[in-house]
Design a protein around this ligand. Sequence first.
Ligand SMILES: *[C@@H]1O[C@H](CO)[C@@H](O)[C@H](O)[C@H]1NC(C)=O
Ligand SMILES: *[C@@H]1O[C@H](CO)[C@@H](O)[C@H](O)[C@H]1NC(C)=O
Ligand SMILES: *[C@@H]1O[C@H](CO)[C@@H](O)[C@H](O)[C@H]1NC(C)=O
Ligand SMILES: *[C@@H]1O[C@H](CO)[C@@H](O)[C@H](O)[C@H]1NC(C)=O
Length: 510
Amino acid sequence: MMCLWANAGMVILISMSFTAVFAASADEWTKRSIYQIVTDRFALGNGSSPSCDTSEKKYCGGNWQGIISKLDYIQSMGFDAIWISPVVENIDGAMSGDKAYHGYWTQNINSLNANFGLADDLISLSSALHDRGMYLMVDIVVNHQPQTFDYSLLQPFGGADCFHSECFISDYNNQTNVEQCWLGYSGLPLLDLDTENSTTVNIMYNWIKNLVSDYGIDGLRVDTVKHVRKDFWPEFASSAGVYTVGEVLTGEVGYAAPYTEGLDSILDYPTYFAVQKAFINGVSGDMATIAEIFTEAQKQYNHGAFYVGSFVENHDNPRIQSTVSDQSIVKNVITWPFINDGIPILYYGQEQGYQGGNDPANREALWLSGFDENKPLLAQIKNLNAARKQAISYNPSFLNNPVTFIPQASASSTLAISKPPLLALLTNGGSSSTESWSIPSSAGLYNANETLVDVLTCDTVITGSDGSLSVTTSQGLPKVLMPAKSLSATGSLCSTEAERSSGANRIDHQ
Ligand SMILES: *[C@@H]1O[C@H](CO)[C@@H](O)[C@H](O)[C@H]1NC(C)=O
Ligand SMILES: *[C@@H]1O[C@H](CO)[C@@H](O)[C@H](O)[C@H]1NC(C)=O
Ligand SMILES: *[C@@H]1O[C@H](CO)[C@@H](O)[C@H](O)[C@H]1NC(C)=O
Ligand SMILES: *[C@@H]1O[C@H](CO)[C@@H](O)[C@H](O)[C@H]1NC(C)=O
């Protein structure tokens, strides 16, 4: 069968009516905090709450209008960007009994998934975000398309010769095999796009440029990046013209690092795995590994770890609470993305305490939670976002100052992470443990007798007369300390504990 090249002119014409288009760079994204959404599972535009059995792997009804209707919910937690699952038209039928509700089974890159709405709905979402000063990140797949009996359904790549010839990936140590063989298996074959073919390559470069401009997209999450040759990506990223963050599934910093050259950055999977090992295994896990891996990432990634997407849950991995019930540990894990160099990403449902295990169980409908804003984790996330925002505005070099780890006596169960004005104290000891951290005066962080506020509780601690700090936690809870002087007396974050700096306020306070 011939490879049927579609005319590039088929891209849908769209009236450009954005109130603002950010087309944001990596530097602009570093100030942001991202809420990740599986569109089908987040909210329905008409506000209904149908049942949704994740094990059935079918569409549950979420759509772009639904996201628009819940932007207050997202923004009130302090997020100023969302990442949504892929938007392009997917195969309509089932593959191996599953439907393409997740959006990763592209049929036509030049049209949209009607289950989520029409072009106008996606443009409305983009505009609604921009009106609030928020960014839109869209998930995209370049590497593969599902195999169908009728190749002509796949557009614009309508023939077998648009794809690498059939071979399933069999050797992850052979990069050619990883790049040119197929993902999936015989029951669920994913055709591997021939990204060695310059005609195909140019179609993809043009496509991404148009997608970004047609829908006012501010950033891209790129799927399965390690399955496409590395030198495909630089021109793809420049065609996109916005921040690109790629999925490179690996625990090895050295393997991941080269991909931070072609794209702006990657989702920080190596540190994700270290965090899983440290916390999810509880006291048997080693916290020191986090420092070790993250320090390597800071060294080896292009732009250090500043441009990475930092996360502890996503749609491909079991949720934290599918294996950990101790809420103190959960609260420690959830803190990590907000206090390191990377851009924090929260997977929808974490704030509600969702507990789904492996895919598909981890893709629960959020509407079934009633969007309850009184959940303890939601409150913590709100504080973490507020702390990061306050840190960015207080310290002009916060975003360029790499995290340092201050060595602790209990190195396997505690971590002290410094990124002034933040000092995060984490432990994997759990709710029945008592843990201590010491920050010596030689760390040079604090003055004598300085008041620090744990912004997760608004409790205060005071440094010693030499500027050193000793802190103990009795229930294994995390602490995020900020000097009282770095807080705002008029802000939302522990304003009562903020140090009053003006004379009038000082008198007030005494
Ligand atoms: C709401 O929208 C869903 C999905 O489009 C639809 O199935 C359902 O019938 C609608 N419910 C109401 C009450 O309009
Ligand atoms: C690596 O994989 C490619 C593609 O499957 C194959 O042609 C090649 O022989 C493999 N190389 C080695 C050394 O196994
Ligand atoms: C690219 O694919 C097209 C369509 O199959 C084919 O005509 C062309 O020869 C290919 N180019 C290369 C360099 O392989
Ligand atoms: C810190 O407090 C101690 C004990 O109250 C006091 O002796 C010392 O002078 C104070 N140091 C400074 C620099 O204020």
